[in-house]
Design a protein around this ligand. Sequence first.
Ligand code: FEO
Length: 404
Amino acid sequence: MDLINDTLEIAKGIYWVGVVDWNLRDFHGYATPRGGTYNAYLIVDDKVTLIDTVKGDFAPEMIKRIRKVVNPSKIDHIICNHVEMDHSSGLPAIMELAKDAKIFCTKRGKVGLEEHYEANGCSAWDFEIVDTGYELDIGSRTLMFLETPMLHWPDSMQTYLKEDRILFSNDAFGQHLATSVRFEDEVECGALEDAAIYYANILLPFGSKVLKYADKIAELGLEFDMIAPSHGVIWRKEPMRVVEAYIKWAKGEAVPKVLVIYDTMWGSTEIMAKEIVEGVSECGVEARMFHLRKNDWSMMLRELLSSPVIAVGSPTMHGTMFFTISGFLTYLKGLRPKGKSAVAFGSFGWGGGAVKHVEEMMASAGLEVIEPGLQAKYRPYEDDLKACRELGVRLAQLALDKAE
Ligand code: FEO
């Protein structure tokens, strides 16, 4: 591939003009320890076409990259695959320079853009509404649009470049990964694990939509030489790997693994958590244990993606669960995990209350509470520890059964 200064030509006449956010560590509350990118792509043909923009703060950097290829005033078309501001808030800056550009988006995308950018003169922008199958001739190439509602917003769509067989997939198949290379096969360990973290924290609620999407691309007979998302690196080597991974995650395919998540005040709930892990380990099954205040929630969600069984431990504080547990379970409720079995445990001093509240919140988050939770008064003694180990054994067996 040719480098034109710091703008990468990913295929003949098609340029990455995005930005790398090296210091991104928090993406609307979701931990991003490896940074991120906002990808935009420029196609130079009879009609110069920009696909997506970047987060507004980075618009000058995107424009600088575009200038290395063409004068931004020459942009004829801007494709807005998605309204969320990490992809659209650079749009006002580019519209200042490309005043005659026409914006292509879904019907809901137009409404969303108008509601975001009214103060930026959006009412004067020229829109064209597109839907699935709509084709746009840009000269020697054809763009076809594919609506993907709720992957992951109602307005979402993707753009397929027919002649080059490149899918500009926007958020789907993305990863939060900052790197100077643009292709997944250039990353030391690949990017499937980053894609799994992304899926678990962004797309988990939309598994049924992912499966319908997979059927749709099969029905349309779309084949990909590249899948170019709007975050992270481009899938070039066997790009269907990431589509197949999405199908696996959407189906809830699990491995025999038990997730133990807890918080603790004076160590009693932690002792219980460790005994549960001991019981799981006795059965030769993998357990992963996470203290909620010492680990990123986004990484725990990635573990939950492939764990069929979860145990959640909380001490009782002020008559209810510890506050980090309720925050985590609220996050989980929004992500609506399916097919997960769960049990609660925790210590208390006098009145108790945490385990009951954890069970209620787990049920409202869509987890199947499989048995009454374990409670230990003040400190877990021999009988409590035995009960925790035995619980670990039952959870391990369940994980094995569910992963078959
Ligand atoms: Fe990357 Fe839904 O925004």
